[in-house]
Design a protein around this ligand. Sequence first.
Ligand SMILES: [Zn+2]
Length: 177
Amino acid sequence: MVTAQQTQPDNRRWYAPPANLHTGAVGQKFAFLTVEKHVPEFGFVIRCDCGRSFWKSSTMHIRNGRLKSCGKCNLTGRKRWTPAEDAIISKHAGTLTATKIAAQLEERTASQVTHRAKRLKISLKTHGDNCSWSKYSDHDCELARQLHDEGMAVKLISEKLEIPFHALTSIIYHKRR
Ligand SMILES: [Zn+2]
């Protein structure tokens, strides 16, 4: 018996789906997409409510709701990011958390801000006093570094500023912050 896998041309072997992959989705509608027909060993014809149709090798993302429209229309009604909103994100990145940035924008959630920052290649990591994890203030860290530069022993600085020895060495040698 010759299986579907053996009859496929070599250049499609990583792409072509098995012959009968969820053909039950044919004729059904999910969000703005209708699965029109299934062509064995090639995929599905999907039609969007806006009139465009396209090919998909699998209907998985359509059935589970990951894909709601063709992506070329704006039927899902997503709000576009404006340059002003992008400017607010880049302005506060590093000092405010995503939640606090989202509070400054209209109808945006922290998760949306995080995703947009990723798209803009902006890091939202907060540093120093703005970071909720940091134990020692920026002032203490700077002071510790200054004292060390002046030649004071690390152990002595540790006692003075009441920062544990090990934490202090990592601050002084800039492993942290
Ligand atoms: Zn569409």
